[in-house]
Each structure stands twice: as structure tokens, then as C-alpha cells.
Design a protein around this ligand. Structure first.
Ligand SMILES: Cc1cc2nc3c(=O)[nH]c(=O)nc-3n(C[C@H](O)[C@H](O)[C@H](O)COP(=O)(O)OP(=O)(O)OC[C@H]3O[C@@H](n4cnc5c(N)ncnc54)[C@H](O)[C@@H]3O)c2cc1C
Length: 442
């Protein structure tokens, strides 16, 4: 079978779908080739009785215009996250209850957190003004890890401990693995720390995968499942894209994959050295998302919101994901970085025992008796091999970052990792797909 289109899009995650959506508006012919038998990539919804459970992306911010517009277009409603009641902060064996996302620290600790927030805001403003990759400030921030920066900057034990959990939870990596510039870029692309804090304000009714499913339904004639792209050959004005069973010809290709996956495709001619070496140096975080169902949201009776942070692991953070109108209580537990790598190797029963035991420490004995526990270790997923997204160690963004979005002949790069706004979120995936599609129109 030989197929001719204007643009081939590799991957039917939100970035690939958004690229197709944009090309459709411009009347271009395209084909989206997806390796798996489902769309959505890192967005995955399953069902439990009458409720849906998100094992991948779940939350959106009211300040994410693209995803909000698509949700509106498909008449998909969002649910405000449950934030009534107190948040548990278990830091350095000290249990504290706070009313918002920050722990109730001593004046000394509060000052420390406030000064840290201010410094981060100043840095992100400078990056906006001077550019993320080239400026002096970028080189300085790219030469140290976020761990080094926190250790050098913060002076209170509890403030430091909380801020480390906060950053680790954002990235699903250990802080000594991450460039300070990587975290700053992430925050800057969302519009600052205040905006990042709105990233989990709402979640999508009937599950986040409703959106990619509806987008795919609207473009069903252009989407081809079970088509892992293996090889891309290009020259002159033509590109040939090979899957296991098909060959496609096009003028342009949009590779809408995490950078590591873009490098698993064979290119002829080979990619420029800088792009290849960038892909050698960028890796996905480690995340296990666990969703625990209880007969009731018992924590609410204790005046708790279901939000928690602790520094002993394996769970770093929890949130209440109970569906309004349903009697059952649902807690989402996020296990990232070294904890995901350790418990990911345990037999499933032992892993579940550890997760439930940790919930018992946080929420008391009632947490020891769930009616169901669902989990997904994204590092084991053959088409993601980690989550939430890719991050950079020190020196990589400034030395190799230019190759992240720079087209190579007729090849264009999408995927949330390449986004300018809300990078690493679903919003970023959509922004990157739209941007790459517009590039192919030029
Ligand atoms: C556990 C978890 C929780 C998250 N929570 C949130 C959240 O609450 N809010 C939020 O905004 N974001 C969240 N994210 C991040 C969000 O899921 C991603 O930013 C977004 O979905 C990435 O979309 P993408 O299209 O860039 O990549 P992907 O979703 O990874 O899509 C890439 C697609 O390409 C396919 N593919 C790979 N290789 C090939 C090949 N060779 N040929 C053909 N197809 C191929 C894959 O199967 C996949 O479908 C979370 C992620 C995870 C893992």
C-alpha cells in the first residue's frame, strides 16, 4: 500500500492530534500514524464501575487557553479539584496541617519560602526577557542542579524539605538529576510560579482521554493505528515514511514524540549530530500513578482535603479524585523519581502493600482498607518509558537545546517537550502540535 499526503504526523498523542487538527483547518491532507491501538499517549483513562480513573494526565488549569478551547468545542466539562479541608505536610517527622498548598511554617521558614519564590520569579522574568538558551543567566543556571541551588539558597530545614518535594513532584526525578535551568524553563513557560500552582485546579469529566478520543473520532479517516514508524527517508521535495506494513509519501513530516522516541526511528540521511546528541542526553522522569478507591471519602469527615506531601515516600503527594455524586472516595497517589524506580521493581502485591501502608501513615487506619487499587508504572510502558515528561541534566539545554525544535529539512518536531508555553503539560503538547503544523505550511 502506498499513500500520498501533504504531511505525515508520527504519534497520536495530544501533540500529534493537535497538529492534525491545525492542518485540517488549513485544508491540508495528512495521516497520523500511531504505534499503539489507542490514541492519547500519556493520557490514559480506565473505568471503575460508574466512574472513570485517569492513570496518566488528569488536571488542567483555567489559564491554559488551548486545551480549554478544545474542551469547550467538544462540550467536555471540568470538575474543580476538591480543596476543602486541610492539607497534610509530613516533613522531618513533623506532621503539620495547612489550609493551602504551602505548609504552616515558623516565621523563619515562611520567610525562607517567600524569598525562594521571589528569587524564582526574578529568574523566570529574566529568562523571558533574555531568552532561555543563550543568555548569561541561562548558562549560570544550567551549570548547577536544582538541588545545589536549593542547598545554597534556602536556610530553614522544613522550608527546604517542602520545596524539594514540590520540585521533585513537578519533575518526577531526583533533584540532583536536574538542571536548575530545566525547572526555571518549566515554570517560565507556564507564566510563572503562581500559574504553575493552578496546574491542578480542575480535572476533566469522564476522564482526560475523552479529549484525544473525540479529536480522533473527528479525524478518523486520517488516523492509522498499530503503525509504529520505523524509518523516514527524505531527499528533494519528498519524504517516505515506513511502518511495519505500510509506506507513506509526503512533503513534510511532523514527529510528535518525546525526544528519546524520535531518536528510535531510523533516518536516511541521518539526523544532524547536534539533534542526535541532544536525544542521547534527554530522558523521561520516573512515575507510578496509583489510584486508590475507598467505600467513602473518609478523610473529608476528618476535615482533610486528601492533599498531602511527605518526605519519607514512597508516595510523595496525594490528591482527592473522587467523582462528585458518587459515594466512593478516590485518592490519587504520585510516586516519582527514586521511589518509582525502587518500588517499580517489586512484585505487584508487595508494591501495593507499600503504597497502602504509606497511605495508612498519612490518613490513618481507614486508609488501610481500600476496595480497589489501580496503578500504572509509566517507565514500563513500551511507548512512553517514563513520565510525566523529559527533563535535562546540567549543561544540556544551553549546549544542545537549539536542536529541540529546529526543523531538519522537511522534518518538524512536536511533542510537549518542544512547547514554548506550558511545556510538559497537555497544554504544551497542543501548543507544540499547532506550532509544528504552522511550520509545515510555510
Ligand atoms: C502519570 C502522568 C500524569 C500526568 N499528569 C498531567 C496532568 O495532570 N496535566 C497535564 O497537563 N499533563 C500531565 N501529564 C503530562 C501529559 O500527559 C503530557 O504532557 C502529554 O500527554 C504529552 O503529549 P505528547 O503528544 O507530547 O506525547 P505522548 O502523549 O507521549 O504521545 C506520543 C504518541 O506517539 C506514539 N509513538 C511513539 N513512538 C512512535 C512511533 N515510532 N511511531 C508511531 N507512534 C509512536 C505513542 O504511542 C504516543 O501515543 C502527565 C503525564 C503522566 C505520565
Amino acid at each position: 500500500m502506498l499513500n500520498h499526503v501533504d504531511v505525515v504526523i508520527v504519534g497520536a498523542g495530544l501533540s500529534g492530534l493537535a497538529a492534525g487538527w491545525e492542518l485540517r483547518k488549513h485544508g491540508k491532507s495528512f495521516a497520523i500514524l500511531e504505534a499503539q491501538s489507542r490514541v492519547g499517549g500519556r493520557v490514559l483513562t480506565i473505568t471503575h464501575e460508574d466512574s472513570t480513573i485517569d492513570l496518566g494526565a488528569q488536571w488542567v488549569s483555567p489559564f491554559q487557553p488551548r486545551i480549554q478551547a478544545l474542551l469547550k468545542y467538544f462540550q467536555i466539562k471540568t470538575i474543580p479539584s476538591y480543596n476543602e479541608g486541610k492539607t497534610i505536610f509530613d516533613l522531618h517527622n513533623k506532621r503539620m496541617l495547612g489550609m493551602n498548598k504551602f505548609p504552616p511554617l515558623s516565621p523563619h521558614g515562611r520567610l525562607d519560602l517567600l524569598l525562594t519564590q521571589r528569587k524564582i520569579q526574578e529568574f523566570t522574568k529574566l529568562l523571558t526577557k533574555e531568552g532561555v538558551r543563550q543568555s548569561c543567566i541561562s548558562h549560570k543556571c544550567d551549570s548547577i542542579t536544582i538541588d545545589n541551588w536549593i542547598e545554597g539558597q534556602m536556610f530553614s530545614k522544613l522550608g527546604k524539605s517542602f520545596f524539594k518535594i514540590f520540585c521533585g513532584e513537578l519533575a518526577s526525578l531526583e533533584l540532583n538529576e536536574l538542571s536548575f535551568l530545566d525547572i526555571l524553563w518549566f515554570i517560565q513557560s507556564a507564566g510563572g510560579l503562581e500559574k504553575i500552582l493552578t496546574g491542578e485546579d480542575e480535572w476533566i469529566t469522564n476522564g482526560a482521554q475523552t479529549l484525544p478520543r473525540l479529536m480522533a473520532e473527528a479525524m478518523h479517516e486520517q488516523i492509522f493505528m498499530n503503525q509504529p514508524v520505523r524509518k523516514i527517508v527524505w531527499g528533494g521535495n519528498r519524504v517516505t515514511v515506513h511502518t511495519d506494513s505500510n509506506v507513506w509519501k509526503s512533503r513534510k513530516v511532523i514527529v510528535a514524540l518525546p525526544p528519546t522516541f524520535s531518536a528510535r526511528i531510523q533516518y536516511d540521511p541521518p539526523l544532524p549530530a547536534l539533534r542526535e546528541q541532544l536525544c542521547q542526553r534527554v530522558g523521561q522522569g520516573s512515575i507510578i500513578k496509583s489510584v486508590i478507591v475507598y467505600a467513602t471519602p473518609f478523610w473529608r469527615d476528618q476535615g482533610l482535603s486528601g492533599n498531602s506531601y511527605n518526605d519519607y515516600g514512597p508516595i510523595r503527594a496525594t490528591m482527592d479524585s473522587s467523582t462528585p455524586g458518587q459515594p466512593q472516595g478516590v485518592l490519587t497517589a504520585l510516586i516519582g523519581g527514586k521511589y518509582a524506580r525502587r518500588i517499580g521493581q517489586l512484585p505487584p502485591l508487595e508494591r501495593k502493600k507499600e503504597i497502602v501502608a504509606c497511605l495508612g501513615l498519612l490518613f490513618g487506619n481507614k486508609a488501610l482498607d481500600p476496595i480497589a487499587l489501580y496503578e500504572k508504572d509509566w517507565s514500563e510502558d513500551p511507548w512512553s518509558r517514563g513520565g510525566y515528561a523529559a527533563h535535562f541534566a546540567t549543561g544540556v539545554i544551553t549546549e544542545y537545546g537549539a536542536a529541540l525544535t529546529e526543523p531538519v529539512g522537511p522534518l518538524h518536531w512536536a511533542g510537549t517537550e518542544t512547547a514554548n508555553e506550558w511545556r510538559l503539560y497537555m497544554e504544551g503538547a497542543i501548543e507544540s502540535g499547532e506550532r509544528a503544523a504552522k511550520e509545515t505550511l510555510k
